[in-house]
Design a protein around this ligand. Structure first.
Ligand SMILES: Cc1cc2nc3c(=O)[nH]c(=O)nc-3n(C[C@H](O)[C@H](O)[C@H](O)COP(=O)(O)OP(=O)(O)OC[C@H]3O[C@@H](n4cnc5c(N)ncnc54)[C@H](O)[C@@H]3O)c2cc1C
Length: 292
């Protein structure tokens, strides 16, 4: 279908974009890479009167070294993130996940910030930013504020970004010495995950010092598996110890609400999440020969 007609504006600065957003309010929609928004417009699930295209705002693109963190501009495409050496060095989990997002065409158009602002619970990047302890820089008329990843996803397709704000940058703390792995379960290549798990692990010798785990498509938002992380700390990185911790996902200790659909019912997803968590943690810990 062809979208309903709309007015189009392409500002060249965040301030201009915010002014357009303030002027048109509820009648406006922000356009990033368009990979999620355009299908919505074409299906006429949304019909904004104004589309504000962020594509000409150069300051929102690229990966910057911020000393103790990496800063990724919201308009940086998935493909740029996938090939960035700083991301591979300091946030390998992201490299591993973003190379599995959709197909090359979509990765060349879709943006890092657009995917996170869209907040699809099946999106691959939400679990990763939880596991990486990211923070989100959101700008409005009154200035910028920083939202920690644990507070960013508030519901199905809903984030802490207000109607009059724009996500400008995502910051990832550098965590030297951490291993990382993203395990995504799909039926065929280039699909959305049925379930996926992102894990980062810091080893103290043969013992797991600390672990951070995010689950994809296990609820209306990406889910942090805190109970599993706590159970792993101080444990040896053995198959049995990691399996015991991962099984906490199925016993109610982790706040998951897996959906049931044609790809699998909730019980199947619970089982998958347990298995993928074990695999991802062991790989991130350098076991199974698949460490970062
Ligand atoms: C066929 C297909 C397969 C896909 N498979 C996967 C997959 O396997 N894994 C995966 O993770 N994703 C997948 N995607 C989604 C892809 O990652 C998109 O790039 C992403 O969801 C949206 O990014 P975008 O830049 O295109 O945003 P857009 O479509 O332009 O915008 C998405 C939404 O976010 C809002 N928005 C965008 N940028 C900002 C901002 N800076 N501040 C505030 N609001 C903003 C927009 O208003 C809109 O509501 C797939 C998409 C398609 C079409």
């Amino acid at each position: 279908m062809i979208p309903a007609s709309f007015e189009y504006v392409a500002p060249t600065s965040v301030e201009e974009a915010l002014a357009a957003l303030a002027e048109h309010g509820d009648d406006a929609k922000i356009l990033a890479g368009g990979q999620s928004l355009l299908p919505v417009l074409r299906m006429r699930l949304n019909a904004p009167e104004w589309v504000i295209d962020l594509g000409r705002i150069e300051s929102m693109r690229g990966v910057r070294d911020g000393d103790d963190h990496l800063a990724i501009g919201a308009m940086t495409t998935h493909d740029v993130v996938a090939h960035d050496p700083l991301v591979a060095e300091h946030a390998l989990l992201l490299t591993k996940a973003v190379t599995q997002v959709a197909d090359p065409q979509i990765r060349h158009r879709g943006t890092f910030g657009g995917a996170l602002a869209h907040a699809d619970p099946a999106g691959d990047l939400g679990a990763c930013v939880l596991a990486l302890g990211a923070s989100f820089v959101v700008q409005g008329a009154g200035g910028t504020r920083v939202v920690p990843a644990d507070e960013f996803f508030v519901g199905l397709f809903e984030t802490a970004i207000s109607e009059d704000e724009i996500l400008v940058e995502v910051r990832l703390p550098k965590r030297p010495g951490w291993g990382a792995h993203y395990d995504k379960f799909v039926r065929v290549a280039h699909q959305w995950p049925i379930v996926a798990v992102g894990a980062t692990v810091r080893m103290d010798g043969d013992t797991i010092g600390e672990a951070r785990i995010g689950l994809t498509n296990m609820g209306s938002t990406p889910v942090r598996a805190n109970a599993v992380e706590d159970a792993l700390a101080g444990q040896p990185a053995t198959e049995d110890a990691v399996r015991a911790a991962a099984e906490l996902i199925g016993d109610g200790s982790v706040p998951v609400e897996p959906p049931s659909d044609l790809n699998g019912d909730a019980d199947y997803r619970l089982h998958l999440a347990t298995v993928l968590t074990r695999r991802a943690v062991l790989a991130a810990a350098g076991r199974n020969g698949t460490q970062a």
